[in-house]
Write a protein that binds this ligand. Structure first.
Ligand SMILES: Nc1ncnc2c1ncn2[C@@H]1O[C@H](COP(=O)(O)OP(=O)(O)OP(=O)(O)O)[C@@H](O)[C@H]1O
Ligand SMILES: [Mg+2]
Length: 649
């Protein structure tokens, strides 16, 4: 027989094969090639707008292609859904940038600069845009065409001579922008005798690895970085073949700006590059061309997306000559999230993509949330020292209901202060602490306390953090534990003390009523099993009533009132429940918790628990495991922990 493990595995394998099939089907997009004349006739005529798209328009179409609607039916991109959390505002601004640029706004002539703290998701954002472009270019709507063998895979429409572009506009209703590149110009003359209608065109597919429509530039060493990395240089091996250094066919078109043509150029750590590079890039965005030796201007249409961190940016700001450059950039901040639930999702994502040894360690259900609370505390505005205020703020940022804070107050409190989210602990810091905890302890199961301790180690051993900040951050760990973790773990344990709290409470209420009626009527109670008669259990009644401070002299009238209400319910054919009597509700609830807390006290008090105690404890442990996300080890730890908390109460 097949075990359920086997069948899950087989199902998984089938799913994987299915997704492979879907993948290849999607990527078996129709290839196309033909001379310009056919391109005009078959492809441009069918959709002139699509054929004449600029890189910004293409990016915007790609983003629209990932369209999802939010709860109000507004546009939202689905591109970032599974990958980026808690940075919605930045994502919206990026999307808005492309929307405006596609519509022809001036922003399209400025370089887009993402600015944010380290490990804040800038690179991830750019990667998602790149992957989006690659996918989109395989769809029908995203079909893109270029001159075959052109080093910048330029638009075939560039081949239409200027003298004919007016007629073209009248015929197709779209403008042609751009000039044929020097390479294709020579080919056109020498190979096709100027007959541009015969120039070959093909469908192109965006691919970062294939240097098609995506270019990436990272400065390795700014002092040796050569502008040739961006714009290429003479290819000496080809000079012999073409006989002239000035022949565009002898030029090495390997620069990142050429790869990026029609799509996007990613500039990593852009402010580290020489100013000469920056000028070239700004001209490229503004004028859509680059100048290299010997050639006329080369027309290039691409979107430049750059990123940098804050330290680099502040240095850049200090040099006054950079002001003019700044003016030609659109800067979008990508701060850390302030919502601990989103932050915890980031950790979860990072863990799920880690090595199996790491991924398979069990974490108690509050590990990530507690670590995230700590991380957010380090990112809030400095100076707000009162613990209670910080706690409130954290909860408001996570959209939790906080007692005494109405919706508009919460809305106001959620507005970020300018410096919030720009410094403090990064997701990577937390993940590093977590992996240290795993490596050092060699455990298969970590509790929230283990991880808070690992974070403490991480802070104390980090030479980049000054001592004052270290103390403050260690205090934040205490806040995360005291006001968040303690509350969460207590709630779990309390709930786990009951099979069904509702049922047990109702049973207790019924028992209370029976006993009260018997005392008031002054009669005996018959034991349902032994059939023996006994007097009503006055000690039980008092222990319930004392929970809500009913005095001995007041007990008679309280009991009469309870019976009256129960009778009333009975007459109306209703069930008498805890909801029918608020005071009794409290009394019963407290009684039950008190009673079960005995189980917790047993955890710590009996050095050698007897079978019955052991049994009681293991039932609670099991419930923590089955229903609340613990494993045996962390359940036991949680019980011990809550027991010590109770001892301090
Ligand atoms: N808001 C977020 N949502 C999801 N994942 C995130 C988020 N922020 C960071 N990460 C994850 O953290 C890791 C580091 O992020 P990334 O490399 O994108 O940051 P960065 O801003 O480019 O940092 P740097 O300035 O160091 O280059 C990545 O694996 C990324 O997926
Ligand atoms: Mg990065």
């Amino acid at each position: 027989m097949m075990s359920s493990d086997d069948s899950t595995r087989m199902k998984g394998q089938q799913d994987f094969l299915d997704s492979l099939t879907a993948f290849t089907k999607e990527h078996r997009a129709s290839h196309w090639s033909g001379p310009l004349s056919e391109y005009l006739e078959k492809i441009v005529a069918a959709d002139p707008h699509a054929a004449a798209r600029t890189s910004h328009q293409y990016m915007w179409d790609m983003i629209r292609w990932t369209r999802k609607e939010d709860e109000h039916g507004n546009f939202r991109s689905g591109l970032f859904d599974q990958e980026l959390f808690g940075v919605d505002e930045s994502l919206e601004r990026v999307v808005d940038y492309f929307k405006a640029a596609a519509a022809g706004s001036e922003v399209g002539r400025r370089l887009l600069l993402l600015l944010g703290p380290p490990s804040g998701g800038k690179s991830s954002l750019v990667i998602l845009l790149k992957r989006g472009l690659e996918e989109y270019s395989y769809t029908e709507a995203g079909a893109l065409y270029g001159i075959k063998d052109c080093p910048v895979h330029e638009s075939p429409l560039h081949l239409i001579p200027h003298s004919l572009r007016g007629t073209f506009r009248e015929t197709y209703g779209v403008d042609i922008k751009g000039e044929v590149c020097p390479h294709c110009r020579v080919r056109l003359e020498q190979q096709y005798n100027g007959d541009f209608l015969r120039m070959p065109v093909e469908r192109i597919f965006i691919s970062e690895a294939g240097r098609m429509g995506i270019g990436t530039y990272a400065p390795h060493d700014p002092t040796t970085a050569d502008i040739a990395d961006l714009v290429g240089s003479v290819d000496l091996s080809k000079v012999a073949e073409f006989g002239d250094e000035g022949d565009p066919r002898a030029w090495s078109w390997s620069g990142a700006v050429y790869a990026a043509s029609r799509g996007m150029l990613e500039m990593i750590e852009i402010l580290k590059v020489k100013r000469e590079f920056l000028y070239l890039l700004l001209t490229l965005t503004q004028e859509k061309n680059v100048k290299v030796s010997r050639f006329p201007l080369i027309y290039l249409d691409e979107t430049i997306l750059a990123h940098t961190n804050l330290a680099e940016f502040r240095k850049f700001l200090q040099e006054s000559e950079n002001e003019a450059l700044l003016d030609r950039m659109v800067i979008i901040q990508v701060p850390y999230t302030l919502n601990y639930k989103d932050e915890a999702r980031i950790y979860k994502k990072l863990i799920s993509s880690a090595a199996p040894a790491f991924r398979e360690v069990h974490l108690d259900p509050h590990v990530l949330d507690a670590a995230a609370v700590f991380a957010i505390l380090t990112r809030l505005h400095e100076g707000e020292e009162k613990e209670q205020e910080l706690v409130k703020k954290i909860r408001i940022h996570a959209n939790e209901d906080v007692e005494g804070v109405n919706r508009s107050d919460a809305e106001r409190a959620r507005n970020k202060l300018p410096d919030e989210g720009l410094s403090g602990v990064s997701p990577r810091f937390v993940i590093n602490a977590l992996s240290n905890a795993i490596i050092q302890s060699d455990k298969r199961s970590l509790t929230t306390m283990d991880v808070l301790l690992a974070l403490k180690d991480g802070i104390e051993s980090d030479a980049r953090i000054d001592p004052k900040k270290k103390r403050k951050w260690v205090d934040y760990l205490v806040v995360a534990r005291k006001y968040f973790y303690n509350r969460w773990v207590k709630e779990d344990v309390h709930k786990a003390l009951f099979v069904s709290f509702e049922q047990e409470a109702q049973d207790l209420l019924d028992k209370y009523l029976d006993e009260v009626e018997a005392t008031l009527d002054n009669r005996q109670i018959k034991d349902p099993i032994t059939n023996e008669e006994r007097r009503p259990d006055e000690r039980f009644l008092r222990s319930v009533e004392e929970k809500i401070h009913i005095s001995d002299s007041g007990k008679q009238s309280f009991r009469q009132e309870v019976v009256r209400k129960a009778m009333g319910a009975f007459k109306r054919n209703e069930k008498f429940t805890l909801d029918s009597h608020a005071q009794l509700h409290d009394a019963v609830q407290q009684y039950l918790f008190e009673q079960r807390r005995e189980v917790l006290r047993l955890v710590s008090s009996s050095a050698r628990p007897d079978e019955e105690v052991r049994q009681k404890i293991s039932v609670v442990e099991k419930r923590l495991v089955d229903e609340y996300g613990y494993d045996t080890h962390s359940a036991r730890e949680a019980l011990n922990y809550v027991t010590t908390l109770l001892a301090q109460e």
